[in-house]
Design a binder for this molecule. Structure first.
Ligand code: UT7
Length: 333
């Protein structure tokens, strides 16, 4: 038995923030942002929290599968921007979407959160511990960005995606393999200083702007290029796959140059790589499910397609998942 995706949906807030917006108050330019990252615009959620990004995607996912909210056993939310420390955002989504019979939890692994959550959910299904799991990934990154820091403010966006996992008796479909990695030494390069138990919020931490993302971009970039490319090539090798066997690379959307390096290492041509960083920036745990939902709804995913999902992020955390798509392309699209 394997765990397969039986529905997917995503949500992006309506407010579009173009690169030129930042030119008004930061020493930056549309040209710098586009050429260094691949980003042209992103979305910012004006009101509400991460649960308000995830809940509409959950409702749409259920609608497409023709299920009632009560039919869900488990909801997992991968995020680094929970609505609040507790209760979990999973509990809030459970309430807002009416998932009366579901238990669930949040999972924190930054940009690799979605891969960690997908693997966890698949193993729960394979072990017979759950039948229908909503695997959600989303972040309201705008809530933890310093508007005065040009090295981070321009990079991220808000958004969420969801996939429903259910068992399939066809072992050639669903989640086939996963390589998940972590190196805590990377914690020095991408982090938020205060607000946790080590350094709780005080008037001083707020005054010192310690509740924002801090990133040593160059160091993260170097590790990301190596980590994401290696793990993606490794999952191909150990499953005896060549570039011809892969339908799509679904990479975390942090930087177009990291995505290109990963595709090159895998020997994949550009037409097999899903890229939407230009429209949405880096939505952290949201990037991979948003990409997959967009691919599926545009009719470019077919039953049996081999997808390699790859990510790299804070922790450091990184990994790769081999997924065989189990749904036919939607008829109306
Ligand atoms: O998803 C989580 C994981 N995160 C990532 O994977 C991100 C990895 N890192 C990156 O994507 C890239 O390192 C960045 C996009 C963050 C930065 O690009 P870079 O080509 O590595 O630039 P850099 O950090 O080496 O900075 C080059 C210059 C610096 O100026 P000086 O020191 O050469 O005078 C920066 O201060 O660009 C400057 N700079 C900017 N200039 C205009 C940094 N940010 C900006 C900006 N606008 N927004």
């Amino acid at each position: 038995m394997k765990a397969a995706v039986t529905a997917t949906a995503h949500y992006l807030p309506p407010d579009v923030i173009s690169n030129s917006y930042f030119e008004r108050f930061l020493d930056t330019s549309d040209e710098w942002i586009r050429t260094r990252t691949g980003i042209s615009e992103r979305r910012f959620l004006k009101q509400g929290g991460t649960s308000d990004l995830i809940t509409p995607a959950v409702k749409e996912c259920l609608r497409e599968r023709g299920l009632a909210p009560e039919d869900i056993d488990v909801v997992i939310v991968a995020t680094v921007t929970p609505d609040q420390f507790f209760p979990s955002t999973a509990a809030t989504v459970q309430r807002k979407a009416g998932l009366k019979n579901a238990w669930g939890f949040d999972l924190s692994a930054a940009c690799s959160g979605y891969l960690y959550a997908l693997f966890t959910a698949a193993k729960m299904i394979e072990a017979g511990g759950a039948k229908r799991i909503l695997v959600c990934g989303g972040d309201k990154m705008s809530s933890i960005l310093n508007p005065e820091d040009r090295t981070t403010y321009v990079l991220f966006g808000d958004g969420a995606g969801v996939m429903l996992l259910e068992a399939t008796e066809d072992d050639s479909l669903g989640l086939q393999d996963a390589i998940l990695c972590m190196d805590g030494a990377g914690g020095d390069y991408l982090y938020m200083t205060a607000g946790g138990s080590q350094k709780p919020a005080t008037a001083e931490t707020v005054a010192n702007k310690e509740h924002y993302v801090i990133q040593d971009g160059k160091s993260v970039f170097k590790s990301a290029v190596i980590g994401m490319a290696e793990v993606s090539a490794q999952i191909m090798e150990r499953n005896n796959l060549t570039a011809d066997d892969i339908a799509w690379l679904v990479p975390h959307q942090a930087n177009l140059r990291i995505i290109d390096a990963t595709a090159n290492r895998m020997g994949l041509s550009k037409d097999k790589v899903i890229v939407n960083i230009d429209k949405y920036g880096n939505t952290t745990a949201g990037t991979i499910p948003i990409c997959i939902s967009e691919l599926y709804h545009s009719g470019r995913l077919h039953k049996g397609d081999a997808l390699v999902l790859s990510s790299f992020g804070a922790g450091f955390t990184w990994g790769s998942i081999l997924l065989r798509w189990a749904l036919d392309a939607p008829k109306s699209e």
